[in-house]
Design a protein around this ligand. Sequence first.
Ligand code: DPM
Length: 335
Amino acid sequence: CIAFMFSQQDGNGKVSRVIRIGTRKSQLACIQTDSVAEKLKGLYPDVHIEIGDNLFTALERNEVDLVVHSLKDLPTALPPGFTIGAVLKRENPHDAVVLHPKNTGKSLDTLPDKSVIGTSSLRRAAQLKKRFPHLEFKDIRGNLNTRLKKLDEKDDFSAIILAAAGLRRMGWESRVSQILGPEDCMYAVGQGAIAIEVRAKDKDILEMVSVLHDPNTVLRCIAERAFLRRLEGGCSVPVAVHTEVKASQLYLTGAVYSLDGSDSLKETMQTSIASDNKVEERVDEWVQRVGVTANNMPGPAQDASEKLGLDLANLLLSKGAKEILTVARELNDAQ
Ligand code: DPM
């Protein structure tokens, strides 16, 4: 059995630990992985970090110690043996409009009738179809580089919709012409947050990465993920959320949509996430909530956040969310 961290001796005989990070090869994945590596180097200067473009299964095979993901791409239930050991401070979680250069100065409102907008997200298409009925929506696939190229170099799309956070990380902020607020388009569960996946039994690595948890982001994302899990939504369902933390209250708005957005359900609930200042007794038990391990944070606030997501999903289910999602899924599968 290979230990998850092995030691390396430098020229002076000093022993340092090695952390191996696996990443996918896309530019966004590399940028996100590098930013996490930089943070870990800052926190643990003696640790030697290796980054390899190992396969995904590398974590399972003990070939790497952690993998960096966009949280929104991680299922609400991880395979057994894995956990999300850190959820980093969320960037702008909203979606953004990127225009074809010929449309500079326009907005979704002012684009001509039948302009074609590129997105493969059912969530984005459903909300925007309803809100901007003069526009048409078509699938656009591939990684961010491919999509931007398809937009700029062809005449197929008037604009595309992408997450503001990904655009910023890629250094393409200048291409953002419009940020979509919740009245136009609510975001995906976990959007804009980076997650670090580790093996659940690697307590040393878990402890090391746990300091990267951003408490508000963790609570918001636990609520969002609990909401999605209860709705049995995968990564491709017309489900959207909006969360806010204000004065020790966590607010969660969640919605489900039919594919064309004509049918929808949306509700908001809130819960207290106040935690008294007394340092909680550290529990030895490493609890996971919707895949997230954050035992350096108050448990009651995490429990309240998870319950908020569950309660909101139950409220929507009682109003017919299941039917809306079932029809949407069937229609989408048939297409
Ligand atoms: C998921 C969706 C998309 C990604 C579905 C959704 C967008 C797919 C598309 C679950 N994952 O958002 O409704 O536009 O066709 C993805 C992106 C990022 C993480 C790119 C993006 C970067 C932003 C982040 C793809 N995953 O959404 O523009 O860290 O949240």
